[in-house]
Design a protein around this ligand. Structure first.
Ligand SMILES: Cc1cc2nc3c(=O)[nH]c(=O)nc-3n(C[C@H](O)[C@H](O)[C@H](O)COP(=O)(O)OP(=O)(O)OC[C@H]3O[C@@H](n4cnc5c(N)ncnc54)[C@H](O)[C@@H]3O)c2cc1C
Length: 350
């Protein structure tokens, strides 16, 4: 059985970043299962742009998609209100973004395509593409395997957090008929979270996060309610779905734990780190990876990691304060009507 200094499960933004930042003298294994069907908006928000700038990284052209976004059309399906807000996101191809980040991982890291299938103490099993099982051992195991983390489920009690089903469909965009756009959709009838449409290289994606019960049905109901705004979405070419977390308090996160002779750490969404208001998760994935890269190798690594992510966890909990203004029907109506921060789009603007 091969032995490693560090084993990382999952090469999303969190896992690839940690693998890139860890000490180059370490013998590291990065196990990744490529999930082509994972939905994502693929928008790089200002917080995540800031971290990439701190890494001194700039995005290659291949990762970008057309169009680039600087305004969001916000629609309330119940009241029929809509407003435009200025937002500085970078519109990306999510799968190319992950591949680019993985390509930055240095050579001391052994990357294997495989799915972690289980753990026994500090031994991890993974299945390769042909189903062959390999067992590996380490004193430092890192779960960077997203919302439904097998590492978290193997070693820790379930998180006390809200779980939603994110569903996304892709449509071919009719260039004659539609101006490409980005929208944020609220609809009290079908979800207490949000939905979106995003144009990407000739496709329109429509997705949303829904309470798990009846999620598929509510997705379809909401899609049909978009007709109110003249948006008719038919003949999807692809559908994707996954679990998404919305943290509420300190028990919504798990940093890791010390076991008899080995440590387990969690980063990114596996640790529950994602914004409950916007579902933005890249910046938390990057920031937790940075914090852990500075903690691994120390005897008190877990305390250091907890200390260095405390601000991030508090920040995410505080984001819940923003939620009523986005998700409470009455407050949202008031904000949208007030015109605070919105851009007027009518003929008198010109
Ligand atoms: C619908 C939706 C839209 C979103 N849109 C945005 C957005 O526009 N902008 C934004 O900033 N955030 C967005 N997020 C959040 C963002 O996707 C995540 O927070 C972010 O990707 C977390 O990064 P991560 O590396 O922790 O986990 P992930 O990106 O989930 O990566 C985990 C990796 O681990 C792999 N893996 C999982 N299980 C195993 C296993 N058993 N063995 C081996 N590998 C495994 C997965 O295949 C994946 O490659 C969105 C989330 C959802 C659900």
């Amino acid at each position: 059985m091969d032995k490693y200094d560090v084993i990382i499960v999952g090469a999303g933004p969190a896992g690839s970043t940690l693998a890139r930042l860890l000490d180059k003298t370490l013998n590291i294994l990065l196990i990744n299962y490529v999930n082509e069907g994972k939905p994502c908006g693929g928008l790089l928000a200002p917080d995540a742009q800031k971290v990439l700038a701190q890494f001194d990284l700039t995005l290659p052209k291949e990762v970008l998609v057309d169009p680039q976004i600087f305004s969001v059309r916000t629609m309330d399906l119940e009241t029929g209100l809509q407003r435009w807000y200025q937002r500085m996101y970078i519109n990306m191809d999510r799968s190319k973004f992950d591949k680019w980040l993985l390509g930055l991982v240095p050579e001391n890291v052994k990357v294997v395509k495989g799915r972690c299938t289980g753990t026994k103490d500090n031994i991890l099993s993974y299945a390769d593409e042909k189903g062959k099982i390999t067992r590996v051992i380490s004193k430092t195991i890192v779960g960077a395997d997203g919302a439904n983390s097998i590492v978290r489920r193997s070693y820790f009690k379930p998180l006390k957090t809200r779980k939603y089903m994110a569903i996304q469909q892709w449509f071919e965009e009719d260039k004659e008929d539609v101006t490409p756009f980005y929208s944020c959709i609220f609809d009290v009838k079908t979800s207490d979270c949000c939905s979106w449409t995003i144009s990407k290289d000739g496709y329109l994606i429509y997705g949303g996060a829904f309470p798990v019960k009846n999620s598929r049905r509510n997705f379809e109901i909401q899609k049909s309610r978009l007709k109110k705004f003249g948006i008719e979405l038919t003949n999807p070419i692809k559908i994707e779905a996954c679990q998404v977390l919305r943290p509420t308090g300190k028990n919504s996160f798990r940093c890791g734990g010390n076991f008899k002779g080995w440590d387990v750490y969690l980063i990114g969404e596996a640790a529950g780190l994602i914004s409950p208001s916007s579902l933005e998760g890249f910046s938390s994935a990057f920031n937790s990876a940075v914090a852990l890269s500075k903690a691994i190798g120390y005897e008190d690594g877990l305390s250091r990691y907890k200390r260095d992510t405390r601000k991030l966890r508090c920040w995410l909990i505080l984001k819940n304060l923003k939620c009523p203004f986005m998700y409470n029907q009455f407050l949202r109506k008031w904000i949208m009507k007030s015109g605070i921060d919105s851009i007027e789009i009518n003929s008198s603007s010109f």
